[in-house]
Write a protein that binds this ligand. Structure first.
Ligand code: CP3
Length: 342
């Protein structure tokens, strides 16, 4: 298993072709997913290890990707902390009891993941068994800022006014919230590693809304603590969007691989991050709606910008979108393999 192209690339080692997997590679763009989704709601799917395992493997069979990512959601561990979570139709996640005050933060429970989200670990064990070492399995967690933003706003947000207000007006409450979430994230990722995750990705999807100095003050120490809590047991991918202004700080916070979105040229991003770290990215997910010759040009541009330097994992710059034509996704994986072969 140490021989997989994906894990080698995470460590910056030479590979015979560039490994590729796709964020949200399991999902609604696949008919195989939709046919299960018609029978179960999303949270039920996440909480049923057999279903989660099956859905995790769908893109592995269909696309020929170089890594599997466990089917779950970043918000799952919040329920045990005391958050009342719902995935409303066409609305995304809704939290009915948002965290707004010191007392709300103090009430949050620091969970034992084996007690509160055992289904994720069970699904990981099942997928590892089914994969039989063919490709590695990635576990994941939300990063503390992104999780805090859902908890405070009560759902997705455009300007993060409530989150930032708490941060600016009550920094000690903010740091307590970040500490509690970070402790849960460390326990959760370590439990996933114990259950068989061979790499983990930290999704800080919305942290790009912060200025560099706010990132340094309100986020960086907590992310650094999480990296220390994982302690190098497996490679960690540290991902954010809208993060072109934060790359150096994200690298300082830690991670073996930095995940970047399409708003920056990947070669330039890597230079700023430093070549001692690997890089993941960064095709615009909307390019997958274009004709295949356009997709191929975009793939070439990314590979050219990276220039065969070892330590690149090809991915999208954010999750695959629900209406993406599946044949283009199949073609993309093939293009990356073909065009990058050394
Ligand atoms: O990558 C994978 O294939 C693994 C599965 C995965 C899901 N969510 C499944 C999912 C992963 C890695 C996530 C992470 C996640 N969840 C993030 C971070 C990544 C990102 O996109 O920035 C965030 C912010 C969430 C929270 C979340 N979950 C939102 C905002 C939504 C609604 C938006 C949407 O796409 O519908 C979800 C729902 C969700 N998570 C779905 C899936 C497959 C769609 C549920 C459905 O079938 O209706």
């Amino acid at each position: 298993m140490g021989e997989s192209v994906f894990l080698k690339a995470c460590r910056g080692e030479e590979v015979e072709y560039t490994p590729v997997w796709l964020m949200r590679q399991a999902g609604r763009y696949m008919e195989e997913y939709r046919s299960i989704r018609r029978r179960y709601d999303f949270l039920t799917m996440c909480k049923s290890p057999e279903i989660a395992a099956e859905v995790t493997l769908q893109p592995v069979e269909k696309l020929g990707v170089d890594a599997a990512i466990i089917f779950a959601d970043i918000l799952l561990p919040l329920e045990g902390m005391g958050i009342d979570l719902e995935f409303a139709k066409n609305e995304g996640p809704v939290i009915h009891n948002p965290v707004r005050t010191r007392a709300d933060v103090e009430r949050l429970r620091v969970i034992d993941p084996e007690e509160e989200v055992p289904f994720v670990m069970e699904a990981l064990r099942m997928v590892r068994k089914e994969l039989e070492g063919r490709i590695p399995l990635i576990g994941f967690s939300g990063a503390p800022f992104t999780l805090a933003s859902y908890m405070v706003e009560g759902g997705h947000s455009r300007n993060f006014v409530l989150t930032k207000s708490l941060m600016y007006n009550e920094p000690s409450t903010w740091h307590l919230l970040m500490e509690k979430i970070s402790e849960v994230v460390v326990r959760y990722l370590n439990a996933q590693i114990d259950a068989g995750a061979e790499a983990v990705q930290l999704f800080d999807s919305w942290v790009g809304c912060l200025s560099p100095s706010d990132y340094r003050e309100y986020v960086l120490p907590h992310v650094k603590g999480i990296m220390e809590g994982i302690g190098g047991k497996v490679p960690v991918i540290h991902f954010a969007t809208n993060s072109s202004t934060l790359l150096e700080l994200m690298a300082e916070a830690g991670g073996d691989v930095i995940g970047v979105d399409w708003r920056i040229d990947i070669g330039e991003a890597w230079k700023r991050i430093g070549y001692e770290k690997a890089i993941q990215g960064n095709l615009d997910p909307v390019v997958l709606f274009a004709r295949q010759e356009v997709i191929e040009r975009a793939v070439k541009a990314i590979l050219d910008s990276v220039g065969n330097r070892p330590g690149h994992i090809f991915n999208l710059g954010h999750g695959i979108l629900p209406k993406t034509p599946v044949e283009n996704v199949v073609a993309l994986v093939d293009m990356v393999h073909r065009l990058s072969r050394r």
